[in-house]
Design a protein around this ligand. Structure first.
Ligand SMILES: [Ca+2]
Length: 502
C-alpha cells in the first residue's frame, strides 16, 4: 500500500508539473525574454574581461560577471564603424547599402523589416529606451523613450512615444535609461515575453562621469599602447590625412587642457592622459548600471529565462596609432564587444573567436525567439555558435564598407576584407554621392594580423605578398556579390577601379 501511495504521489507531482509546464507554454510559448543592452562606443579595450591594455584600470566588474555567466565573443565586428549606420544594421540585419543608412544624419526608414517588428508580430512586447540616433522616430515598438540625436549626460531630454514635446528627465542619463528599462519590464504583461532594447549614451564623447567615478582614475597610471607614437610612414595616406589624432581633438568633442609650445607628440600624450581617464570613468557608470539591470532580473525571477546581450555600436580607438574615435576598418574601431548570457543554452564562461558581424544580430535574436529569419536579412544567426556547434561553412571573411568620405574627422572612404589572419583595405577615395567632399587618390593597405596585430606595417607593395593579395581581392569580390554591393552602381568607382583595382 505504501509503495502504491508513493507512486501515486509521484505520479500526481509529475502530472502537476506537466500541467504547469503546459500552462506556462500557453502563457508565453516558453519563449525567452530578450534584454538587448547597446552601449555607445564602449570598445573592448575598455572592458576588463577582454584583457586589453586597460583591463586593470577599466574595472568593469558587472560586465565581466555577465561574460563569466555566458559567452564572450572576441571576433565580433561591425560593417561600417559609425553610430547610425551600425544601429540601422543591428535592427535590420542588413548592410548600409540595403538599409539606407550609409553615413551620419540619414533618416532610417523604420518600416523595413526589423528585429523588433518580427518579434512584435510574434507576440513579444517591444520597447526601446535611450540613444536611438536614427533621425526618424522608432517604428513598430510598443513603447519608446529615446534621446534626441546624441542626447546629454546630465538631465537628458527624451522623445517619448505619444508626446509631442521633449520630456526632461532629471538625473544621469545612464541611470535614467536603466530606470526606464526596469520600469517597463516591471509593468509589462507577464503573460507575454518581452524584447527590450536598453541603449546607453555612455561611452560616447564628451565622456562624462558622475560621482563617485568622475575622479576614480585621478591618481592611477595610464599605460600607453605600443603604437601610440605612430608616425604613419609604413602605412597609407588615409592615416596621414585623418584628423583622428589626439593632438587634433577639439574642445567641443571633449573639454581638455592643452600644453603651450609643445610638439605634436607631447600634446598627443597630454590629451591622452585626460581622454583615457574620462573614457574609462564614463564606462564605470555604465558598468554599475549593467549590474543594476542584472540584479533587477535576478530579483524579479527573470534571470533564467531572459537572454541578455551586451554590445556596443562599434569599437573606438583608445590611443592606438595616436587616434581617438572610430570610422576606420582598423581593429580597435571595427571590433565590437559582444556578450550573450542565456543559462538554458550557453555554458557559463564560454569564449568564442569565430567571425561574427552585426548583420547577424537580428537573425540571431529572431531565431532565439523561435521565429523564422526573414529572407531579406543578410546576416546569419549565430545560435549554433551559442550552442558550441560551429557550422562547417561558417564565414571566413568579413566585408566592410565605410562610406562617410572625409566628412567629420577626414577619414577616406574605403572598403575591405578581414579574414582570420589578414586585412586588405581599398581606400577608393570617392564620395559616391554620400558627401560633398572631393575625391582623393586611392590607396591599398594589407596587414598580417598575426605577426602585426597593431596594423603598423603595410605589406601591400611587397612582391612576396602579391599572390595573397590577389586571393583576398577575389574573396572580397565574392562577398560584394553575395551582399549585392557591387561597384557597378558607381561609374566613377568603375573608372577608378580600371586603373587601381588589380
Ligand atoms: Ca557609436
Amino acid at each position: 500500500m505504501i509503495q502504491v501511495n508513493v507512486f501515486s504521489l509521484r505520479a500526481f507531482r509529475i502530472g502537476l508539473l506537466f500541467t504547469l509546464t503546459v500552462a506556462s507554454l500557453k502563457a508565453n510559448g516558453s519563449r525567452p525574454n530578450i534584454l538587448f543592452i547597446l552601449s555607445d562606443d564602449h570598445t573592448t579595450q575598455a572592458i576588463s574581461c577582454y584583457d586589453g591594455l586597460f583591463a586593470e584600470q577599466a574595472n568593469t566588474v558587472h560586465i565581466d560577471k555577465l561574460a563569466g555567466e555566458g559567452m564572450r565573443f572576441t571576433n565580433a565586428f561591425c560593417t561600417n564603424s559609425i553610430c547610425s549606420p551600425s544601429r540601422a544594421t543591428i535592427l535590420t540585419g542588413k548592410y548600409s547599402h540595403k538599409n539606407g543608412v550609409y553615413i551620419l544624419g540619414q533618416e532610417f526608414d523604420g518600416t523595413q523589416t526589423t528585429s523588433n517588428q518580427v518579434l512584435g508580430k510574434a507576440g513579444y512586447q517591444t520597447a526601446v529606451f535611450g540613444k536611438w540616433h536614427l533621425k526618424s522616430e522608432p517604428y513598430g515598438f510598443d513603447d519608446y523613450k529615446v534621446l534626441q540625436k546624441q542626447g546629454r549626460y546630465q538631465d537628458p531630454e527624451f522623445v517619448v512615444k505619444g508626446q509631442d514635446a521633449l520630456v526632461t528627465y532629471e538625473g544621469w542619463s545612464t541611470d535614467v535609461i536603466t530606470e526606464m528599462t526596469t520600469d517597463y519590464i516591471k509593468n509589462r504583461d507577464p503573460e507575454k515575453p518581452f524584447f527590450v532594447m536598453c541603449q546607453y549614451k555612455s561611452t560616447h564623447d564628451p565622456w562624462d562621469a558622475r560621482p563617485p567615478y568622475d575622479t576614480a582614475l585621478e591618481d592611477v597610471d595610464i599605460p600607453l599602447p605600443e603604437n601610440f607614437y605612430d608616425t604613419y610612414e609604413d602605412r597609407g595616406l588615409a592615416s596621414q590625412r585623418t584628423t583622428l589624432k589626439l593632438e587634433m581633438m577639439n574642445q567641443s568633442t571633449f573639454p581638455h587642457t592643452r600644453l603651450e609650445n609643445a610638439t605634436e607628440h607631447e600634446q598627443r600624450r597630454h590629451i591622452y592622459e585626460q581622454y583615457i581617464r574620462a573614457f574609462l570613468e564614463c564606462g564605470m557608470v555604465l558598468d554599475e548600471n549593467v549590474g543594476k539591470l542584472m540584479k533587477f532580473l535576478e530579483d524579479e525571477g527573470l534571470a533564467e529565462n531572459t537572454i541578455v546581450v551586451y554590445t556596443a555600436d562599434q569599437g573606438h580607438f583608445l590611443g592606438e596609432h595616436g587616434f581617438f574615435s572610430k570610422r576606420f576598418i582598423y581593429e580597435e574601431s571595427m571590433r565590437m564587444p559582444l556578450i550573450v548570457r542565456y543559462p538554458n543554452v550557453i555554458p557559463a564562461g564560454s569564449v568564442n573567436d569565430d567571425l561574427v558581424v552585426n548583420i547577424d544580430f537580428a537573425p540571431t535574436l529572431i531565431e532565439l525567439a523561435g521565429e523564422t529569419v526573414p529572407s531579406d536579412m543578410q546576416g546569419t544567426s549565430f545560435v549554433p555558435l551559442l550552442r558550441r556547434q560551429r557550422p562547417a561553412d561558417w564565414r571566413t571573411g568579413i566585408y566592410y564598407h565605410y562610406w562617410q568620405h572625409l566628412l567629420s574627422r577626414n577619414v577616406t572612404a574605403h572598403y575591405g576584407i578581414r579574414t582570420r589572419t589578414h586585412k586588405l583595405i581599398y581606400f577608393h577615395g570617392l564620395p559616391l554621392g554620400m558627401t560633398d567632399y572631393p575625391a582623393v587618390d586611392p590607396d591599398w593597405e594589407l596587414y598580417d594580423l598575426q605577426s602585426d596585430p597593431g596594423e603598423m606595417k603595410n605589406l601591400y607593395h611587397q612582391p612576396d605578398q602579391q599572390g595573397l593579395i590577389k586571393k583576398l581581392k577575389v574573396q572580397m569580390l565574392e562577398l560584394k556579390r553575395e551582399y549585392d554591393c557591387l561597384d557597378d552602381a558607381y561609374p566613377e568607382l568603375v573608372e577608378r577601379n580600371q586603373a587601381y583595382f588589380w
